[in-house]
Design a binder for this molecule. Structure first.
Ligand code: FES
Length: 317
C-alpha cells in the first residue's frame, strides 16, 4: 500500500449472517477527500491481511466512508478477522481508486448487482440520483436473508423507486430478465455490473449486443482461476534499459522486486489495478481482471500477466 491513513471504526451493522458494514472515520474527525463512486480502497485488517473493499457510501458524504465485508470461510482469514472488528478499533486504509466509474455521456445507466457486488453500485446510485440521471439498479440475491442493505434500499429516496430486487432467480433464468431490461436500453446506455464472474459474464453476454461491449463496465472482486501449467521463461525489459529473466514460477512483479525495483502493488491477484504498467513492446498474455480490452493494448498487470512473446518492454507508472 503506497499511502495510507489510520481510521477508526465508528459503526458496525450486521447486514446479514455473512455480511457486515463498517463505517470508518478519520481519527481527528476531519472529512475525507471526495471520492468518485465505484471506488475501492485497500484495507489492512487486524491480522495484517490486505484486501480491497468497495465503498458503499455516498461520495457526497465526507464525514465517514462505509465498506461491506463478506465472510469468506475458504479465504485467507482476512474477512474472518474483519468480522471480529469492533466499534473503536483502528484500521489502516489506502486512498480510493476507481476501476469502475460513471460514464458522463450515457442516456441511461443500468446497475446490475449479484450478491455483495451491490456495494460499489450503491455509491453509484447515490451519485446518479444527485445528478438527476436516468438509472435503475437491479439486485440479484439468492434469498431475502442474504440480501445486504435491505433496509437502506427500501427506505432511502435515492433507491426506493429505482431498485428492482430479483430474489432466488436461478442463474439460467436470469438472462430472460436481462433481455427484458435490454429492450429499454439504447446504444448510448451504459451498464455497470459487479458480482460473481459467471454472473457478470452473463450480464455482458445479454446486454453488450444492445449497448456495445465498451459500454459494459465490470468490477471484479475475486481473482480468476489461472492455469499456470504451460508457463515458461521470458525476458522483461524496462524502458530505462535494465533487463531481467522471468522464470516460469515467478511473476514479473516478483522478479522486479527481487532486483530492488519498487512497484506499487496491493492484491497481487490481478484485481485491484495497483501494479498496472505501460506495455511498450512484445505480446502479453493478460491474466488480470482489472483491464479492459482497449487498456490491454498498451498496459499490463505485472502481478499475474506474462508474455506470449520472448520479450516484453514495459514502463513502470
Ligand atoms: S497488485 Fe493488484 S492487480 Fe496487480
Amino acid at each position: 500500500m503506497s499511502e495510507h491513513i489510520i481510521v477508526r471504526v465508528a459503526g458496525v451493522v450486521e447486514e446479514t449472517a455473512h455480511v457486515r458494514t463498517l463505517r470508518l472515520e478519520k481519527l481527528d474527525g476531519a472529512p475525507f477527500t471526495r471520492f468518485r463512486s465505484g471506488a475501492h480502497i485497500d484495507v489492512v485488517g487486524p491480522t495484517g491481511v490486505l484486501r480491497q473493499y468497495s465503498l458503499a457510501s455516498s461520495p457526497l458524504e465526507s464525514s465517514s466512508i462505509t465498506i461491506a465485508v463478506k465472510l469468506e470461510p475458504e479465504g485467507r482469514g482476512g474477512s474472518a478477522a474483519m468480522h471480529e472488528v469492533k466499534v473503536g478499533d483502528h484500521l489502516k486504509i489506502g486512498k480510493p481508486r476507481n476501476l469502475l466509474s460513471i460514464a458522463d455521456d450515457a442516456d441511461q445507466h443500468l446497475l446490475v448487482a449479484g450478491g455483495i457486488g451491490v456495494t460499489p453500485l450503491l455509491a453509484m446510485a447515490y451519485e446518479l440520483y444527485t445528478w438527476g440521471a436516468d438509472f435503475e439498479l437491479h439486485y440479484f440475491t439468492r434469498s431475502r436473508e442474504e440480501m445486504a442493505f435491505a433496509e437502506l434500499l427500501s427506505e432511502r429516496v435515492e433507491f426506493r423507486d429505482r431498485v428492482h430486487l430479483h430474489v432466488g432467480v436461478p442463474r439460467d433464468q436470469q438472462p430472460e430478465i436481462l433481455e427484458g431490461i435490454a429492450g429499454r436500453l439504447t446504444s448510448a446506455s451504459h451498464v455497470y455490473t459487479c458480482g460473481p464472474v459467471g454472473f457478470m459474464d452473463q450480464v455482458r453476454a445479454v446486454l453488450a449486443p444492445t449497448v456495445g461491449d465498451d459500454h459494459v463496465h465490470i468490477e471484479h472482486f475475486e481473482a480468476a482461476e489461472i492455469d499456470t501449467s504451460g508457463d515458461s521463461t521470458f525476458t522483461v525489459e524496462l524502458d530505462t534499459g535494465e533487463s531481467y529473466e522471468v522464470p516460469a514460477d515467478k511473476s514479473i512483479l516478483a522478479v522486479l522486486e527481487e532486483n530492488g525495483i519498487e512497484v506499487f502493488k496491493s492484491c497481487e491477484e490481478g484485481v485491484c489495478g495497483s501494479c498496472v504498467s505501460g506495455l511498450l513492446e512484445g505480446t502479453a498474455e493478460h491474466r488480470d481482471n482489472c483491464l479492459t480490452e482497449s487498456d490491454r493494448a498498451d498496459q499490463i498487470a505485472l502481478c499475474v500477466s506474462r508474455a506470449a512473446s520472448d520479450r516484453l518492454v514495459i514502463e513502470l507508472y
